[in-house]
Design a protein around this ligand. Structure first.
Ligand SMILES: *Cc1c(COP(=O)(O)O)cnc(C)c1O
Length: 464
């Protein structure tokens, strides 16, 4: 054994203790250190020929790279939709690596059974019934990709084509309809050989809404003359967190043949709060559902779940034919359900989070985030230099400069806020207007954080 490796084996408990100390400082500091790392990264070091051991690696990381880690897991990082890491989910994540189970199959480990229990808990959390099965994937992009792959197989079933064998081309041009699809839908269509250009945008409700106009969707479906289609409904758009009327869309299946995929990456969490649950009424009617876990569940990257009612079609797409893996059974191994083969036990941080805090604890995070988003929204409404672009429906505040909201000036505002170290926001374009979004989804964010973000925005916008 290499001496550095042998030494690490002998001193493993001390090494883990050092890592624990560093992690504890990192987590504690994420509420106070600058929210974004804006200095340039160090130049690259050459490949180490002789190792320095785990303690040496820790020291190198602390010196060269740790100073450049953002506080994206902290309470005032409001860019994209970024969750943090709750104490219990971090514990589960560490143990995932310590146990290092291969989740491709069931043989010789209870890991897959633990994942099935966790998927079932998630289904209940989001109001899905027994008919929905699911699996863990890396993020919502992959969850959307899996859902649309099953949709593609369903189109084949309707048209008498085995897409898994014959390929997407055998379907001819595919119709994909959506109101305000996330960019990952286009990417998924590209990956799946359906094609980005097949995504047809259906008109939205009037009044600056991002929710689909269900009457316009019906008209588009009627225009297909009976050809089966895929409808991507959106539950929580990234700019204004708008929700399609899922129940009304699902009801259209009585007259038209389509697969209903719902991208509920973070919007599904509305189901946790009685006040907001009506936004996702009808989710259970979906044929496939995408939910991210590294956003509002506050488990570490990378984790999402995908659900579907058609496990048979899922296995048709993803089964991995090999004598050593065995054929899919009644309860198929996860290797037959997602693009991955070998992978980590991604459920464990989720299992820890749900065991530690339960539905109630996670509801409290969701409700507090919504409260803080509204507080920021009303604060921005009172700042003369800023203007809200949409009502704060849930956890995202979409706003811009009151005067000359050009791309450059909005980017300058985002830079100034990041440079203050107090907060991090990301740009967007809403209704043709360059804008900023502040997305609340971190478990630690409190009223004090919102006041600090508001103060940073007031200073930066007044100085532009
Ligand atoms: C974030 C998001 C995605 C993509 O999620 P990743 O985890 O980054 O792959 C897809 N859809 C919606 C609505 C999202 O908010």
């Amino acid at each position: 054994m290499d001496p550095a490796l042998a030494d690490d084996l002998a001193r493993l408990p001390e090494l883990l203790q050092s890592a624990r100390d560093m992690a504890a400082r990192a987590v504690a500091g994420s509420a106070e250190r600058p929210v974004a790392a804006l200095a340039p990264a160090p130049s690259r070091a050459p490949l180490p020929e002789r190792g320095e051991g785990g303690t040496g690696a820790l020291a190198r990381f602390a010196e060269r790279w740790a100073p450049g880690m953002s506080a994206s897991a902290g309470p005032r990082y409001l860019g994209f939709v970024t969750g943090g890491v709750t104490p219990a989910s971090l514990t589960g994540d560490w143990l995932t690596s310590a146990y290092d189970q291969n989740l491709s199959g069931d043989t010789g480990s209870w890991g897959a059974a633990l994942e099935r229990e966790t998927v079932e808990w998630l289904a209940r959390l989001f109001g899905l019934g027994e008919a929905h099965g699911g699996a863990f994937v890396t993020g919502a992009t992959m969850s959307n990709t899996v859902g649309l792959a099953i949709a593609r197989e369903w189109l084949g079933e309707r048209l008498g084509v085995d897409v898994s064998r014959a390929g997407s081309a055998a379907l001819g041009p595919v119709e994909v309809l959506s109101g305000s699809p996330h960019s990952s839908i286009g990417k998924a269509l590209s990956v799946l050989g359906i094609g980005r250009d097949r995504l047809r945008r259906v008109p939205l409700l009037p009044g600056g809404r991002e929710a689909v106009d269900v009457a316009a969707l019906e008209a588009a479906l009627a225009g297909l003359d009976g050809r089966p289609a895929i409808v991507v409904a959106n539950a929580g758009t990234v700019n204004t967190v708008d929700f399609d009327d899922l129940r009304a869309i699902a009801a259209l299946r009585e007259r038209y043949g389509f697969w209903l995929h719902v991208d509920a990456a973070f919007g599904a969490f509305a189901a946790l709060s009685p006040a907001h649950a009506p936004l996702v009424a009808g989710l259970d009617a979906a044929d496939s559902v995408c939910v991210d876990l590294h956003k509002w569940l506050n488990v570490p990257y990378d984790a999402a779940v995908q659900f579907t009612r058609r496990r048979d079609l899922q296995v048709a797409v993803f089964h991995n034919d090999s004598p050593y893996l065995g054929p899919p059974t009644e309860t198929p191994d996860f290797v037959h359900l997602t693009p991955e083969n070998s992978r980590r036990m991604r459920a464990l941080p989720v299992w820890f989070a749900l065991t530690a805090y339960g539905r109630d604890g996670h509801r409290e995070i969701v409700e507090r985030n919504v409260t803080e988003a509204r507080r920021l929204g009303s604060g921005i409404g009172e700042l003369p230099a800023l203007r809200l672009l949409a009502p704060v429906r849930l956890n995202v505040v979409c706003f811009t400069l009151a005067e000359k909201p050009t791309q450059e000036r909005v980017a300058a505002l985002a830079r100034a806020v990041a440079a203050s170290g107090e907060a991090f926001l990301t740009p967007t374009v809403y209704g043709g207007v360059p804008a900023l979004r502040a997305a609340f989804s971190n478990w630690r964010t409190t009223e004090d954080d919102t006041r600090r973000v508001l103060a940073a925005l007031a200073t930066a916008s007044a100085a532009l």
